[in-house]
Write a protein of this length. Structure first.
Length: 79
């Protein structure tokens, strides 16, 4: 994955320094030894924060073998 078109039409790139994010579990991060950056990057999930609409797109598969899951920002519910 390099370029990605959001539902709003904005085209982003996963390597965009302002909108490409990396996500990993606490267990993956809390290694009891020094983790080299390439190893850490290899275990993360890719996330794109759309600059046009704020949607988050998460590739839960680390190898991009599945389609991304869309998360739409919602205002907090008022009770
Ligand atoms: Zn968008």
């Amino acid at each position: 994955m390099s370029k990605f078109r959001c539902r709003c039409g904005t085209i982003t790139r996963d390597d965009d320094h302002d909108h490409g994010l990396m996500m990993f579990t606490s267990a993956e991060f809390e290694a009891d030894h020094v983790v080299e950056l390439p190893d850490l990057i290899g275990c993360c999930r890719q996330v794109v924060d759309c600059p046009g609409c704020g949607r988050l797109w998460v590739w839960w598969s680390k190898d991009f073998s599945t389609e991304p899951v869309e998360y739409v920002r919602q205002p907090p519910a008022s009770d």
